[in-house]
Design a protein around this ligand. Structure first.
Ligand code: ZN
Length: 158
């Protein structure tokens, strides 16, 4: 069975940046499963998976435009420390969920100077070229219920 829209795909992957650092990987006993054609994984990877089948292994390099987008410097802002009322200590590297016009976004504290906190609303992988090593484990038809819910059902997860 080849990968096409509305197939449930399970795969193992290792994700590296252009310096060869491993950014993410599937756990050995827990492949990533998703419904193809629903936009649930990054577009550049989904595109390359179409037409592959179980057992296929390949490498794909995905530029920012087909991954998490280019960095936007307008998403880097300085805000007063007093905006973080509920947080005792603000430190570089802290991450917060914030509500914005486009939904929930993750913001990262990238600097603290006196009463000014610099936050970055870019996705942590924005601007990065993502290099995936992929192995397709299995491909099957999605059930009607999975398509209705928009996610994969497995191991009692429904
Ligand atoms: Zn469900």
């Amino acid at each position: 069975m080849v990968i096409a829209d509305h197939k449930v795909v399970s795969l193992h992957y290792t994700l590296k940046n252009n310096d060869g650092e491993i950014l993410d990987a599937s756990a050995a006993d827990d492949p990533l499963s998703y419904i193809h054609g629903t936009g649930s994984i990054i577009p550049g990877l989904e595109k390359q998976l179409a037409g592959k089948s179980a057992g296929n292994e390949f490498n794909v390099s995905v530029g920012p435009a087909d991954a998490y987008g280019e960095r936007s410097e307008t998403l880097v802002q300085q805000i007063p420390r007093s905006a973080f009322k509920d947080v005792d200590e603000i430190e570089e590297g802290m991450q917060f969920q914030a509500r914005s016009a486009s939904g929930e976004t993750l913001i990262t504290v990238t600097g603290v100077e006196g009463d000014q906190v610099t936050v970055d609303g870019n996705h942590p992988l924005a601007g990065e070229t993502l290099n995936f090593d992929v192995k397709v484990e299995s491909v099957r038809d999605a059930t009607a219920e999975e398509l209705e819910h928009g996610h994969v059902h497995s191991d009692g997860n429904d």
